[in-house]
Design a protein. Structure first.
Length: 312
């Protein structure tokens, strides 16, 4: 039997999997208040969907979990903009207010019959296996699978995404952070909140392993896209290099007839906004782009090698 594939962003899926007007209305409110949160919710939903596939979850659970992920931060629409969009670290008091988005989001879902089936994503996505999470400091199996999966995707996207208040952190370093969180906390007696289970970490290593596979897939896809882009540029470079050859012959021509012949050859190869005067600038820009993209591809291949060496 062929493996079922669930594409959350397929238009048919959006219609079939209950993203109705009620949910779209809630999400549009969320997006209008904070563009970062809206984009983050979409990113987390996509990552969760693909993690579920690597975990070999059923199609129905993948659908359910993905929609839970899309709604996981819906409570942030009631967090003050001064906190949600603050250009700097939150104070302890502000952080306590920010944490309420979980219980607020849960209340929103529970009060709406169409959203109620997906309330778990809102209330569980900041819980930790060792009991250091919030809002209820649950441990291990007290946290349902959807909450554990969304937590990993949520934290990954939150770290790698650029925010108002912090600089970008690389993918490899982000994965290292998540791997470290799979390990028990050292010196739990000195941790900022009580550690209920000192034998486990915050996150589920099985889920983090699935995330790593998703990240490798993304990186390989990026490499493929960049290669396709370079492939599309090369015929343009070749064409403009022919123009360059004609130009050199034109400039060295000893007769007006030859000069005009090579000039005509140049013009026959030029396209769009290209001219005899600007083609070399365009050609050099294409060459620089290809060199830059080649370097980027090399870095991505190195990144994959590094990621594959990470140990849980």
């Amino acid at each position: 039997m062929a493996k079922e594939i669930f594409d959350f962003y397929d238009r048919t899926s959006l219609k079939s999997y209950n993203l109705d007007k009620s949910m779209q209305y809630q999400l549009n409110i969320l997006g209008s208040l904070d563009v970062f949160t809206r984009q983050h919710s979409e990113n987390v939903a996509s990552i969760v969907c693909r993690i579920c596939q690597y975990l070999r979850c059923s199609k129905s659970f993948t659908e359910y979990c993905t929609i839970c992920a899309y709604l996981h931060d819906i409570g942030k629409q009631f967090i003050p903009a001064s906190i949600l969009q603050k250009n700097g670290p939150l104070t302890d008091e502000e952080y306590e207010i920010m944490k309420t988005h979980t219980s607020i989001g849960h209340k929103i879902c529970m009060n709406d019959l169409k959203l109620r089936p997906y309330a778990a994503g809102t209330i569980y996505h900041h819980e930790s296996l060792n009991g250091t999470g919030y809002p209820n400091a649950l441990v291990k199996n007290e946290i349902p699978s959807e909450g554990q999966i969304i937590r990993v995707a949520d934290e990954y996207d939150a770290i790698v995404s650029k925010r108002q208040y912090k600089s970008h952190i690389g993918i490899v370093d982000t994965l290292k952070i998540l791997i470290d969180e799979c390990k028990p906390i050292e010196n739990p007696q000195n941790y900022r909140v009580p550690v209920k289970d000192v034998k486990v970490g915050k996150t589920n290593p099985i889920i983090v392993k699935a995330l790593i596979k998703v990240v490798i897939d993304d990186t390989e896809y990026e490499i493929s896209c960049v290669m396709d882009y370079i492939k599309d540029l090369k015929p343009e470079i070749k064409r403009l290099e022919e123009v360059e050859k004609y130009d050199k012959k034109r400039l060295s021509a000893r007769s007006e007839r030859k000069y005009n012949y090579y000039l005509s050859g140049m013009k026959s190869l030029l396209m769009g906004e290209e001219t005899v005067d600007n083609y070399i600038e365009i050609l050099n820009s294409y060459r620089n782009i290809v060199a830059s993209k080649d370097d980027h591809i090399k870095k991505l291949f190195e990144e994959i090698k590094t990621i594959k060496k990470l140990k849980l």
